[in-house]
Design a protein around this ligand. Structure first.
Ligand code: PEP
Ligand code: MN
Length: 339
């Protein structure tokens, strides 16, 4: 941390700060300039109260020199985190983990039809929302427990793993009993109590980027889960809210190589919610793989036009099969295999 004192601040003001920092076990190193004093601070700065330091008399500004997260950082753990689910190694740099299925679980027949088709294509992780975070209260809210039961039995029948979303902390135990990966939706990325609880869930968590979250906030949300005991977090870029109206969200693909510079956690992309437009999902999936994504999560529904949520962005299984084939050469080109 670097503390810059105001021009002409009397020396007793910097001396007071130095004393305070030393009392906290840090090593302040003052540099006395002609106009100002600058204090370089050596030691663990993450737990320091920056607001308190900034409000001390004579302080002009306080600057961090290390990132505010620790456990998710490559500086703490050099090797990539690899999360194995149903034989799929997410984060091993050789795999594009494919997760697919409808936006919402609607019925046993719907899930069975889509899971059967996806399993034939080699998809090993089945998605489907049983608890749905909907913008309006009158929209379909999900089949809840019945949806979880359907997901589990259909996935087992077809040898697939399950990923499903937790919307409310009170449903966490019920969801954990039926799923292999818990999804935290964009709207819950900063539900800190939920994140803490997921630290003790004992199964991998897919953490989606919040609609207006910065990368730092995204990584700090992941840090909550790791700090509370769960090292198995998969990040998911799903687009952010911008002024653009042509796409549902703005899919920020630079996030993929960017977070790979600072974290050891795997990152996948959701081009379905990221674009909200069927025609854009294949090109953005290709771009995601080329950018180094460890996987994709894509919405597929047996009859998209009748879907109870996100009808406009879901592929039919037939359409998805073509997409899967078209993604193969891109994966091969970057030394990965779709699994
Ligand atoms: C979803 O995956 O169905 C979903 C609601 O996604 P998001 O949280 O990214 O909007
Ligand atoms: Mn959806």
């Amino acid at each position: 941390m670097i503390i810059v004192m105001k021009a002409g601040a009397p020396q007793q003001q910097s001396a007071h700060i130095i004393q305070e920092l030393e009392a906290k076990g840090l090593k302040p190193m003052p540099l006395y300039g002609v106009e100002r004093t600058v204090i370089a601070v050596i030691g663990e700065e993450r737990e320091l109260n920056i607001g308190h330091l900034e409000s001390q008399p004579g302080v002009d500004k306080v600057m961090r020199v290390v990132e505010p997260y620790k456990l998710v950082s490559k500086n703490t753990k050099k090797e990539p985190t690899i999360i194995e689910v149903n034989g799929v190694k997410i984060g091993d740099s050789k795999t594009v983990a494919m997760m697919a299925g409808p936006c919402s679980v609607e019925s046993e027949e719907q899930m069975d039809e889509v899971a059967g088709a996806l399993a034939k294509m080699g998809v090993k992780i089945l998605r489907g929302g049983a608890f749905k975070p909907r913008t309006g209260p009158y929209a379909f809210q999900g089949l809840k427990q019945e949806g979880l039961d359907i997901l589990r039995s259909v996935a087992d029948r077809h040898g697939m793993a399950v990923i499903t979303e937790v919307v409310d902390i009170r449903d966490l135990d019920a969801i954990c009993q039926k799923t292999d990966i818990i999804q935290v939706g964009a709207r819950n990325m900063q539900n800190f109590e939920l994140l803490k609880e997921l630290g003790t869930a004992g199964i991998p968590v897919l953490l989606k980027r919040g609609l207006s979250a910065t990368i730092e906030e995204f990584l700090l949300a992941a840090e909550y889960i790791l700090a509370h005991g769960n090292p198995n977090v998969i990040l998911c870029e799903r687009g952010i809210r911008t002024f653009e109206k042509e796409t549902r969200n703005t899919l920020a693909l630079a996030t993929v190589p960017l977070v790979k510079e600072s974290t050891h956690l795997p990152i996948i992309v959701d081009p379905s919610h990221g674009t909200g437009k069927k025609s854009l999902i294949e090109p953005m999936s290709k771009a995601s793989i080329a950018a180094g994504a460890d996987g994709l999560i894509i919405e597929v529904h047996p009859n998209p036009a009748d879907a109870l949520s996100d009808a406009q962005q879901q592929f039919t299984p037939e359409e998805f099969e073509v997409v899967m084939k078209n993604l193969e050469p891109i994966a091969t080109a970057v030394g990965r295999k779709i699994a």
